[in-house]
Design a protein around this ligand. Structure first.
Ligand code: ADP
Ligand code: MG
Length: 245
């Protein structure tokens, strides 16, 4: 792959932790305005791949391009400025702040800025974002009062606060009931219709396949297969390695 193969492209991405190779020569390209699924079992290297791309830590080896420019090893705040946002597998809201304030704090560049210093416009925009993700009636609750799906919506609102073009979503469906998976999927599809590109990770293939346009199946930190949901489902190697078929 090269810089112009997609909005986000990696070539030979590798991350080692001591003797453990968590991401191993992993190359992929994300097309603009698609929903790409990353499917792989726990420990396959999905979150580590996100971490290398979003500047949590630099990769050991390989190249990352975003919007045609090389961004390998750029720090998180630079990637956010470029339009890349992510959600975390374990959400970390501020428990003593309201839902709307948690989103408002994601809107100001310096998170140490006191809330009393926030201008009215910031809170209004935060309220709009809460509305957008379905939390319009929970603005003044604390995160602890939200059901699990509500916390995920809050995490999505906080990511959207940075006005991204590409959103990496880590394991959104973990711990959700079937109906909630469907309503979160609907929200993610709407965001795509509004112009966002999405990469969605899950270890549960069935939940993810109905949402995505295309999937990359990851195993031991590298690509086992890629294709449309139908191609993935019918891929003998995927069936052997993943579905136990
Ligand atoms: P996934 O998200 O696909 O479940 P991860 O990317 O979290 O997998 O982990 C891949 C491998 O890397 C696992 O063996 C995990 O224990 C290891 N790993 C992840 N992060 C670290 C870290 N910060 N330090 C050491 N090992 C890590
Ligand atoms: Mg993970």
């Amino acid at each position: 792959y090269g810089p112009d193969d997609g909005i986000l492209v990696t070539q030979g991405l590798t991350k080692r932790f001591g003797g453990l190779t968590a991401v191993d020569d992993f190359s992929f390209a994300v097309e603009r305005q698609e929903i790409l699924g990353f499917i792989g079992p726990n420990g396959a290297g999905k979150s580590t791949t996100f971490n290398c791309i979003t500047g949590t830590f630099p990769p050991t080896d390989g190249t990352v391009w975003y919007e045609g420019e090389e961004v390998t090893g750029e720090p998180a705040y630079e990637m956010v400025k470029r339009g890349l946002a992510r959600t975390f597998q374990s959400f970390r809201p501020l428990h003593d702040r309201t839902v709307v304030d948690n989103v408002a704090l994601a809107l100001v560049p310096d998170r140490l800025f006191s809330l009393s210093g926030l201008r009215g416009g910031t809170r209004e925009r935060a309220a709009d974002l809460c509305e957008r993700v379905g939390l319009g009636d929970r603005l003044h609750q604390t995160p602890d009062e939200l059901p699990h799906a509500g916390l995920l919506r809050l995490e999505l609102a906080r990511a959207l606060a940075t006005d991204p073009d590409l959103l990496l979503v880590d394991e959104p469906f973990a711990g959700l009931a079937g109906g909630e998976v469907e309503s979160i999927s609907t929200l993610l599809r709407e965001l795509r219709e509004e112009g966002l590109t999405l990469v969605v990770v899950d270890h549960n293939m069935r939940g993810l396949l109905s949402l995505i346009d295309r999937a990359v199946v990851i195993r031991f930190g590298s690509k086992l297969a890629e294709g449309t949901p139908e191609e993935i489902t019918n891929n003998p190697e995927v069936q052997r390695a993943y579905l136990g078929g």
